[in-house]
Design a protein around this ligand. Structure first.
Ligand code: C2E
Ligand code: SIN
Ligand code: SIN
Ligand code: FE
Ligand code: FE
Length: 619
């Protein structure tokens, strides 16, 4: 096939045409014929022959003129042209050269001369075609947005495209030529690169997707993914390498990893806090033990509120509620005195005229004995423990010792609880701020793909409604909410050129797009607090019949939350404009969901969705 050339014979003499045609057809060429110069031009333009044989003397346009015009034609100027002249017509040959002919054939024909010429020219043509092919290929490589290089057996760069020079921040392609590629690979990823090269040497034809760190000529590093392939030709064995910049994906991953580590420590604190007892529970246990062991009739713990400097009852036993409910100023009465002096105060030690506060007088009316013990932890006064007896009473040493131990324990519990209270508040605030972060992530994503604006929050709201409508347990709602907000977080790892592409995706682009649930899984599974929320990001593109991605789950293998979400996601996607198409109407979207019940979607979920919206009449 390559050997066949298309040859145009232009001669007004039918006999000459016939002789040439027979000869060339026998050699396997395709022969076109023209009877005059005008026709020769027309045929050339139409068929772009590989060789033109031009008679000099023809009516209308002579061979010289045809030759001149062909040489001016942008597409045809390189066609080999042989002029057919009479033997010894020296003047025609000189004129032929001046208009651009490549050679001459003598009339009457010398068959050997003719065949020799044609063979030389068709062989040259073959090389020209190869060169053109190579040029086109070269052009492709030059235009590729991905770095491409050929390296020889010693690892030296032989062919480099501009994208690779740009990735390595080299001033030019020439700057890199002849250098060894591994000088541009960071030492941390050299092993991986060399393992890939070794696999090639051992006969593996292709090594896809090795993640490496490149080091540019200025020392800047850049994360990249490389694919290696191998080829041989007469000059030896070579590796072909394709280098893809993945810094965009890495940036998204790094951002998420930072959040991950914060969320992880947050979670640990959360567990500790919920495991610890509430202060009031601790104090309740404490007062119960106190009343039983010390046989007193009433007791209370008053806490000093550092903000108001009031003493407030945290817990009490055996006291009428009016007494409990009135807050005391820290200066007030016997309790205030215990606080101020940091000494135990007892009623018996205080003369009646000193009972200035109303509360003390009420207590004195009810009880014969009263003790106020200051509660100190780490040298700081936290409050007062009061105990009361109806009968008058003289304590012994054991009684005092036990009381002091309890007072100490109460003080420690208070101290701990203050710490924990602070942690709890911080935890609650952080929890809120992380929920805000989640909303922020989802908005950032919607913003990047501006056509999907509001999509995340809309689908979240709809998914929660549908989940409740279908009777999913209330304690799953928080996880469903977070999962829905983050469902397409993995698209942060998909380059803009793909995510925002206005048209349909190529096979390669789809392969990357289909990774987005996997990216989401990788990033989010490191966050304990988001683990229960993973079902939706990881499984929202699975399909009921098993034809989905990334795991080809089928039927009830797909988590319920993801099955519900899938319907809502496609609904909202179809009802919105996308870079690659305009929004569908409500009727179209309903018909579409209904048509995919049992194949793409869980039929039960589609039914519930249509019921919830009041579309359930249907067929
Ligand atoms: P998305 O735009 O959020 O779409 C989510 C899902 O809704 C799609 O999952 C698909 O099941 C459904 N969907 C959305 N638009 C259409 C549509 O025009 N026709 C039909 N029949 N279904 C539709 P899928 O197919 O797995 O796509 C996942 C993501 O891949 C899409 O998210 C979008 O970001 C991207 N994508 C899909 N097709 C194209 C495309 O042709 N061009 C570009 N640039 N991106 C696409
Ligand atoms: C190229 O850009 O030529 C490489 C295509 C690929 O392997 O992704
Ligand atoms: C698309 O969004 O164009 C793909 C539709 C599909 O595969 O369901
Ligand atoms: Fe998605
Ligand atoms: Fe979506």
């Amino acid at each position: 096939m390559e050997k066949t050339s298309t040859i145009l014979i232009a001669d007004d003499d039918p006999g000459a045409r016939l002789i040439l045609q027979r000869l060339l057809a026998r050699e396997g060429h395709r022969v076109l014929m023209a009877q005059n110069g005008a026709e020769a031009l027309r045929q050339s333009i139409e068929h772009t022959p590989d060789l033109v044989l031009l008679d000099v003397l023809m009516p209308e346009l002579d061979g010289f003129e045809v030759c001149r015009q062909l040489r001016r034609h942008p597409r045809l100027r390189e066609i080999p042209i042989l002029l057919v002249t009479s033997l010894g017509d020296h003047q025609s040959r000189v004129q032929g050269l001046s208009v651009g002919a490549d050679g001459f054939i003598s009339k009457p024909f010398d068959m050997a001369e003719l065949l020799a010429h044609v063979r030389t020219i068709t062989r040259l043509n073959r090389y020209r075609r190869l060169l053109a092919e190579q040029e086109r290929f070269q052009r492709l490589i030059e235009l590729s947005p991905e770095g491409i290089a050929t390296i020889n057996a010693e690892g030296r760069l032989l062919l480099i495209n501009p994208a690779l020079a740009a990735l390595l921040e080299a001033p030019s392609v020439e700057h890199l030529l002849g250098n060894t590629l591994h000088t541009y690979i960071h030492i941390a990823s050299l092993d991986r690169y060399q393992a890939g090269m070794q696999a090639l040497e051992q006969g593996v034809q292709q090594v896809p997707q090795i993640e490496v760190l490149l080091v540019g000529v200025n020392g800047r590093t850049l994360p990249a993914e490389i694919s290696l392939g191998r080829f041989h030709d007469q000059n030896g064995s070579f590796a072909q390498i394709i280098i893809r910049d993945i810094s965009e994906r890495k940036r998204a991953e790094a951002q998420i990893h930072r959040q991950v580590s914060r969320l992880t420590s947050l979670h640990a604190i959360g567990v500790a806090i919920t495991a610890s007892l509430e202060l009031s529970a601790t104090l309740n246990i404490l007062l119960d033990r106190l009343i039983e062991e010390l046989r007193v009739d009433a007791a209370s713990v008053l806490l000093l509120n550092p903000r108001t400097m009031n003493l407030e009852a945290a817990c009490s036993r055996g006291l009428p509620s009016p007494i409990v409910q009135v807050p005391l100023c820290s200066e007030e009465g016997l309790a205030g005195m215990a606080l101020r002096t940091q000494q135990t105060v007892s009623l018996t030690s205080v003369p009646a005229e000193m009972l200035l506060s109303e509360r003390d007088r009420a207590l004195a009316a009810l009880f014969a004995a009263y003790f106020a013990i200051p509660l100190r932890a780490r040298g700081e006064i936290k409050g007062v423990l009061e105990i009361m007896l109806r009968e008058s009473f003289t304590p012994d040493d054991h009684w005092w010792t036990f009381l002091e131990a309890l007072a100490m324990q109460a003080a420690i519990a208070i101290e701990t609880s203050v710490l924990f209270e602070e942690l709890r508040r911080t935890h609650a605030e952080l929890q809120q701020s992380y929920d805000a972060t989640i909303v922020g992530w989802s908005r950032a994503l919607d913003l990047r793909d501006h056509e999907t604006e509001g999509h995340s929050e809309r689908v979240t709201e709809l998914t929660l409604r549908l989940a409740r409508w279908m009777g999913l347990p209330e304690d799953q709602m928080e996880h469903i909410r977070r999962g829905a907000l983050l469902h397409d977080i993995g698209k942060m790892g998909v380059p803009d050129a793909i995510l925002l592409k206005p048209g349909p995706l190529s096979v390669d682009e789809w392969a990357i797009m289909r990774q987005h649930p996997v990216y989401a899984f990788r990033w989010l599974s490191a966050i304990p607090f988001l683990q229960p929320a993973l079902d939706i990001p990881y499984a929202h593109h699975e399909r009921w019949d098993g034809s989905g991605y990334p795991r080809s789950l089928r039927g009830e293998q797909i988590p319920m939350a993801a099955r519900i979400f899938a319907v809502v996601d496609v609904w909202d996607a179809l009802r919105s404009d996308r870079p690659y198409r305009a929004a569908w109407t409500e009727e179209q979207a309903v018909a579409y969901l209904r048509s995919l019940a049992g194949t793409h979607f869980d039929p039960q979920v589609v039914r519930a969705f249509l019921e919830m919206f009041g579309y359930d009449r249907g067929d």
